[in-house]
Design a protein around this ligand. Structure first.
Ligand SMILES: Nc1ncnc2c1ncn2[C@@H]1O[C@H](COP(=O)(O)OP(=O)(O)O)[C@@H](O)[C@H]1O
Ligand SMILES: [Mg+2]
Length: 281
């Protein structure tokens, strides 16, 4: 299995900050996987993402240590323009990524910046809009759209660049539960159809447990837990690090502690409900 991302003892202290935002952080991410990064506010998640998309060190000053490689190339030694073709970044608020007069021009924006030939832009934009189910909105003004639709427009713009790695920083924070679920389903589908790797910072873990391959928890700038969602969430340490363990998982652990349900494999809400109702008879 090929690694798309290799982080080796990465550390970063912002200029003028008293201490490192991230310290001694190592991680390898397999191409085509979905990784969720969790941890309390201020633990260094966004800083880590910036080190992957190149904003660190290219836009933020500070002390940089270790190395970050995307598709085998050092981020530090690459130009932002070059990185933009490998790493796509979806901002938390799509307003920051949407600015043109129509949906299709917005989706085309990144490609135009790269000087991609016109015909190629046309076909990639159509493809991305199709993929995200927004083709019918092509001529609409982005500001007329719902938050979920804006999110899709921003993501279409990212995907039109055909990045191998897509970074989502708290992508569902502005979405209602149903739209958030749709976004997660979309991520799972894109991984399957395009083989895209996703690195996602998210608090609503219950949305992601079924699609994530790996979960990493940070605390105080360091990696403290790293494993499958099951290993991390069924383990005893996650809650202590401020991870929002899904209610279903907490309930399962409680019942498993009393020997009422199995504790070796994480269950979905439906599975758990079924087991409980069967146990009642
Ligand atoms: N631009 C910046 N300049 C100085 N310090 C920063 C900057 N951005 C974040 N920090 C600090 O770095 C630490 C990690 O922040 P951040 O990476 O944003 O965490 P998270 O995304 O997990 O909330 C925090 O102490 C935060 O105050
Ligand atoms: Mg953040």
């Amino acid at each position: 299995m090929t690694s798309i991302l290799e982080i080796e003892s990465f550390g970063f202290r912002y200029a003028n900050a008293p201490r490192n935002a991230v310290a001694d952080f190592s991680l390898e991410v397999t191409e085509g996987s979905i990784l969720v990064l969790a941890g309390p506010s201020g633990c260094g998640k966004s800083t880590l993402l910036r080190a992957v998309n190149g904003l660190i060190p290219h836009m933020y000053n500070g002390d940089y240590s270790g190395d970050v490689k995307v598709a085998g190339r050092s981020v530090k030694g690459s130009e932002m323009r070059e990185l933009a073709q490998t790493v796509g970044f979806l901002f938390q608020n799509p307003e920051n990524q949407i600015f043109m007069f129509s949906v299709e021009r917005d989706v085309a924006f990144g490609l135009e910046n790269l000087g991609v030939p016109h015909d190629e832009i046309r076909s990639r934009v159509d493809e991305a809009m199709e993929l995200l189910g927004i083709a019918s909105l092509a001529k609409r003004a982005p500001h007329e759209l719902s938050d979920g639709q804006k999110q899709r427009v921003a993501l279409a713009g990212v995907l039109a660049m055909r990045p191998k790695l897509v970074i989502l920083d708290e992508p569902t924070s502005l979405l209602d539960p149903r739209t958030a679920k749709e976004l997660v389903e979309l991520v799972a589908r894109l991984r399957k159809e395009l083989g895209t790797t996703f690195l996602i910072v998210e608090h609503r873990l219950e949305l992601l447990v079924e699609v994530a391959d790996k979960m990493v928890v940070m605390s105080g700038g360091r990696k403290v837990l790293d494993g499958s969602p099951q290993e991390v969430l069924m383990g005893d340490l996650a809650e202590g690090y401020g991870v929002a363990v899904p209610a279903v998982t907490k309930l399962q652990k409680m019942l498993a502690g009393d020997g009422l349900v199995r504790g070796d494999r994480m269950m979905t809400g439906t599975e758990l409900a079924k087991t409980i109702s069967q146990a009642g008879h």
